[in-house]
Design a protein around this ligand. Structure first.
Ligand SMILES: [Fe+2]
Length: 292
């Protein structure tokens, strides 16, 4: 076939994928071509706009390395990450809602005992976190592996700071016989997603702000359950209704309550005011996912 024009090229390109052996890939390619062509017909880009789009995607890729994931930021800021999350996590009652992984998770974080201090010496308002890990039906899950990570008092993750020689404000805990974990940290600060790259250019050009409300990330894994990826957000934060990556859900907001000096929940003394966060996480059984 020849003489492709703006009316017949879409069907011709889809037809070129007709021999794709994997039916899922075949369907994805046909949909990609359909929507991409419809998008182009809709906005009718000039050649210089098309070149700008290619340059934008090129810079997005070039910005990525083992510590910076600009494509995840792009996906997050376009709401694509939350949409993928939503269609993959239709949850049973009792299961904790999910939200974006974000670009700051690091594999193989330091392993801590319950009660440990994960600050790595970074200063801030003390925060004591207690969490309980259960199945969606409320049964405790001893041995669940809980990754936590968060921003510091200035809104930076350890991987963004060049002055740290070790991980800080991240770690891995294991739930005790009652399904509980607890640790000491500091109150996280709201922070702007990195905006010194192409995603930042997009936010500036569209007069969007890059801020995320303060939160602590949790990733919780237990055999037989779907791994839970979520955050707990600090109530009262000014960015809860305008999170740059659309990640806030009401069920994930908690008061990080202010407490007077005295004793921490583990019985140790504390001479300064501190904050207390408690959250009960419910995991979705894998069987329900397979049956769906
Ligand atoms: Fe975060």
């Amino acid at each position: 076939m020849r003489d492709f024009d703006e009316h017949n090229i879409t069907a011709a390109v889809i037809d070129r994928f007709a021999n794709t052996p994997d039916p899922r890939l075949k369907r994805i390619m046909a949909s990609l071509v359909t929507h991409l062509h419809d998008f182009i017909r809709d906005v009718e880009p000039s050649f210089s706009e098309w070149e700008s789009a290619i340059a934008f995607l090129t810079r997005t890729g070039q910005m990525c390395d083992d510590k910076r994931q600009e494509f995840i930021l792009l996906s997050d800021t376009l709401g694509a990450s939350m949409l993928v999350d939503a269609i993959n996590h239709r949850l049973p009652a009792g299961a904790t809602e999910t939200t974006v992984l974000g670009p700051f998770f690091v594999q193989n974080a330091p392993i801590f005992q319950n009660g440990a201090d994960i600050t790595g010496g970074l200063a801030g308002e003390p925060l004591f976190v207690e969490a309980r890990i259960t199945a969606a039906d409320g049964a405790p899950l001893p041995g669940a592996v809980v990754d936590v990570w968060q921003s510091d008092d200035d809104g930076f993750y350890d991987v963004q700071r060049t002055d740290l020689s070790a991980a800080a404000l991240r770690g891995q805990f294991r739930a005790d016989s009652a399904g509980k974990i607890w640790f000491r940290t500091i109150q996280p600060a709201p922070y702007p997603i990195p905006y010194d790259g192409p995603v930042g250019d997009m936010l500036r050009a569209t007069e969007r702000h890059p801020w995320r409300p303060a939160h602590v990330h949790f990733m919780i894994a237990a055999p037989g359950y779907e791994t839970l990826v979520t955050h707990v957000f600090s109530a009262g934060d000014e960015y809860l209704d305008s999170d740059a990556v659309f990640g806030v859900k009401n069920s994930l907001i908690r008061d990080f309550t202010r407490q007077p000096p005295g004793k921490l929940p583990d019985g140790s003394d504390i001479a300064t005011p501190w904050r207390h966060l408690t959250y009960d996480f419910g995991l979705k059984p894998l069987a329900q996912q397979q049956a769906a």
